[in-house]
Unconditional design. Structure first.
Length: 241
């Protein structure tokens, strides 16, 4: 009995000594990870993201991609409203997560998404595509940080510059010229709605040759863009605040 207690005490003592050895390196690693994460979020508040995981992977696969950054002031306001109406109508009202939409999604099942524009921006800029729990956990951590550090206008500006609109076509500048031969500042309401309508499945739908489903969705987006313009849900990204 005494020998067993002695062995147990030795094991416990060894465990404590081992923990003391690894505790400091682990603490340093944690501090570095947190610091780098905060730096990455703050940096893109003023620096335009040069690329993303998705853009790089498509560039490797295709050989090249079509993308050119454009300032939000050079984008037709109706396109910005169309994107918000299509992807996250309550963008100006939430802090990164739309709780009401999440509840509806849970009630209706896994077939309905509830990702906000803030979450999609975080995923597109910092993470990778996919539905893994690890990616979703990182997304949940980064989204509130981005909401605190960036303005809503900045979140939308980054989103429309990194979103994919067709195979190898990223950002509204490239998309407007690719589909309609105009700059993003010249997009009409119908063109804006059709571009926004392809966002959930850019490799499946075409804004230039819209099928019946895309036309119907674009019509809904057209109405939604006008609605959020009238009821004030577009103020957070049109006022510059």
């Amino acid at each position: 009995m005494a020998k067993a207690k002695t062995k147990k005490a030795k094991r416990e003592g060894l465990g404590r000594r081992l923990w003391r050895r690894v505790r400091r390196p682990l603490r340093r690693i944690a501090v570095w990870v947190v610091s780098l994460t905060i730096f990455a979020v703050l940096a893109y508040r003023i620096i335009d993201p040069p690329t993303t995981w998705t853009i790089q992977s498509e560039k490797t696969r295709l050989g090249q991609v079509d993308r050119e950054w454009v300032e939000i002031e050079e984008v037709a306001p109706v396109f910005l409203r169309s994107v918000v109406a299509a992807e996250d109508a309550n963008f100006c009202l939430h802090w990164g997560f739309d709780v009401a939409a999440i509840k509806v999604a849970l009630a209706e099942g896994a077939g309905r998404g509830a990702s906000t524009l803030s979450q999609q921006t975080v995923k597109n800029v910092y993470l990778w595509q996919g539905r893994s729990w690890g990616r979703k956990a990182l997304e949940a951590i980064l989204t509130p940080l981005v909401e605190v550090a960036w303005t809503k206008r900045r979140i939308l500006e980054v989103y429309v510059n990194v979103a994919e609109f067709d195979e190898g076509v990223f950002g509204v500048e490239a998309a407007a010229r690719h589909y309609f031969g105009v700059g993003p500042e010249a997009l009409t309401a119908v063109q804006a709605a059709r571009l926004a309508a392809v966002l959930p499945s850019p490799k499946r739908y075409s804004a230039k040759r819209p099928g019946q489903d895309l036309r119907a969705r674009a019509a809904q987006i057209l109405d939604g863009a006008e609605t959020i313009h009238k009821d004030g849900r577009a103020l957070c990204f049109t006022s510059g605040t």
